[in-house]
Design a protein around this ligand. Structure first.
Ligand SMILES: NC(=O)c1ccc[n+]([C@@H]2O[C@H](COP(=O)([O-])OP(=O)(O)OC[C@H]3O[C@@H](n4cnc5c(N)ncnc54)[C@H](O)[C@@H]3O)[C@@H](O)[C@H]2O)c1
Length: 396
């Protein structure tokens, strides 16, 4: 099959590579020319995909990258994997989705299957994407197959890949769903069909809201444990001996990344628009937002005030072993420490530059180190006897 994957980021590139390795001819379209030329020269901008994966597919002529939406013409499948962040008012920002769907629509051939993988609020595929496709293509609804299949990429997860992570699929019509199931079955072991687009859209938001709520809950439990002088990580491993009805979540400086802090807001936004409650999501969001401030207060208490104190924040990526800094809790932590008068620098083995600043070397000259997301292999020994606050649990 001829496959087009729009958006060659954390979601789109692994999908394009998996589809090409399954024997399809794949074009990865991205509106970022730098990313396209990087990919075309065989360099992967995503940690989970090796350069050799990209370069060998290019040499086999089964994968190519382009900025040209004209290549959508005659595609069997067009999968859209562009960002769906929040706008300045914390409402869903569908500008990239709109732009990409409009670009696809201009070149859409009758019979192509369009699949939305980007996270969206329930109703978006039917009420937002379909009208754009119809208006931009001039095609009749009977000539368009449209499906939604939420991505479940977990960057840096070595155990769960595209192949062994079950995939949800829903179609505007039975035919669209059948075709989407057939496409994904070529490289995903288990594909589950949902009865409507809205079920699949909401399932994705439930998954990430579940994580937001439970991580915020364990962060509040961690604060209780701090006050009680109880080791939260020992509590979690003790509770985890229960073989049913418990699932461990672990404390942190707060949830980062472009999904878990954002996707639940898509669900609460929809809930508010239809007059339904979303209290759990709202509370979890509040607890998450307050978490960095908790460590600013802890640091201040430990050092007897932060004025002029030299603090190094270790690991500013949103989670260990990735270089992605989007929505990282380190941002509010660094800003909070600075607002309290501390002289703050940061170290990250995978993030060389962040917010116009460079990673500094770890030395024993700091008054305090705060561990946020320490990557495997980061050597903390150079800190010597510098006091350490570990946001994953406990003051060392
Ligand atoms: N990465 C994850 O772990 C993850 C998890 C859950 C949900 N998601 C969702 O997946 C979707 C994609 O996220 P991502 O992490 O891959 O984003 P990303 O930023 O890594 O990649 C998106 C790519 O799309 C390109 N792009 C933007 N607008 C475009 C346009 N109009 N035309 C063509 N290309 C365009 C960008 O240049 C970029 O390369 C989002 O909806 C996100 O919420 C991602």
């Amino acid at each position: 099959m001829k496959i087009v994957v729009v958006g060659q980021g954390y979601v789109g590139l692994p999908l394009a590579v998996a589809a090409a390795q399954a024997g399809n001819i794949v074009v990865g379209i991205d509106n970022n020319p730098k990313r396209v030329s990087l990919l075309s020269s065989g360099v992967s901008p995503v940690e989970d995909i090796a350069d050799s994966d990209v370069s060998s597919l290019i040499s086999e002529n089964t994968y190519s990258a382009s900025t040209d939406f004209g290549l959508c013409a005659d595609a069997d499948v067009i999968a859209i994997c562009v960002p769906t962040p929040l706008d300045a008012d914390d409402a869903p920002d569908l500008s990239a989705l709109k732009a990409s769907v409009e670009s696809v629509a201009k070149h859409l051939s009758p019979g192509s299957l369009v699949i939305i993988e980007s996270t969206v609020e329930p109703g978006t595929t039917r009420d937002f994407v379909l009208p754009l496709l119809l208006a931009g293509s001039g095609l009749d609804v009977s000539q368009i197959d449209l499906a939604f299949s939420p991505e479940r990429i977990d960057p840096a997860n070595k155990k769960y890949t595209i192949a062994n992570t079950p995939k949800l699929v829903a179609g505007l019509t039975d035919k669209a769903a059948d075709r989407a199931v057939e496409f994904y079955s070529g490289f995903v072991n288990e594909v589950t069909r949902c009865s409507t687009l809205e079920v699949a859209e909401t399932a994705k938001l439930l998954e990430n809201s579940f994580r937001l709520i439970n991580i915020s809950f364990i962060n509040e439990i961690a604060q209780m444990c701090d006050v009680m002088g109880v080791d939260v990580n020992e509590v979690i491993s003790a509770a985890s001996t229960k073989p049913y009805g418990f699932m461990p979540f672990f404390p942190s400086a707060g949830i980062g990344g472009h999904c878990i802090p954002i996707d639940p807001i898509y669900l609460s936004h929809k809930a508010k628009s239809v007059g339904a409650p979303s209290s759990f999501i709202d509370l979890a969001q509040k607890i998450n937002d307050e978490r960095p401030g908790y460590f600013v207060a802890q640091a201040s208490a430990l050092l007897g005030g932060l004025g002029g104190k030299k603090v190094v924040v270790v690991g500013v990526a949103y989670k260990p072993n990735v270089s992605d800094v989007r929505e990282s809790a380190a941002e509010a932590l660094v800003d909070g420490l600075r607002a309290a008068g501390a002289v703050v620098s940061w170290h990250d083995d995978l993030v060389g530059e962040w917010r116009g600043e460079k990673s500094v070397a770890l030395t024993a000259s700091f008054d305090l180190a705060i561990l946020v997301n320490v990557h495997d292999g980061t050597d903390l020994s150079a800190l010597g006897s510098v006091p350490v606050i570990n946001t994953k649990g406990g003051v060392a």
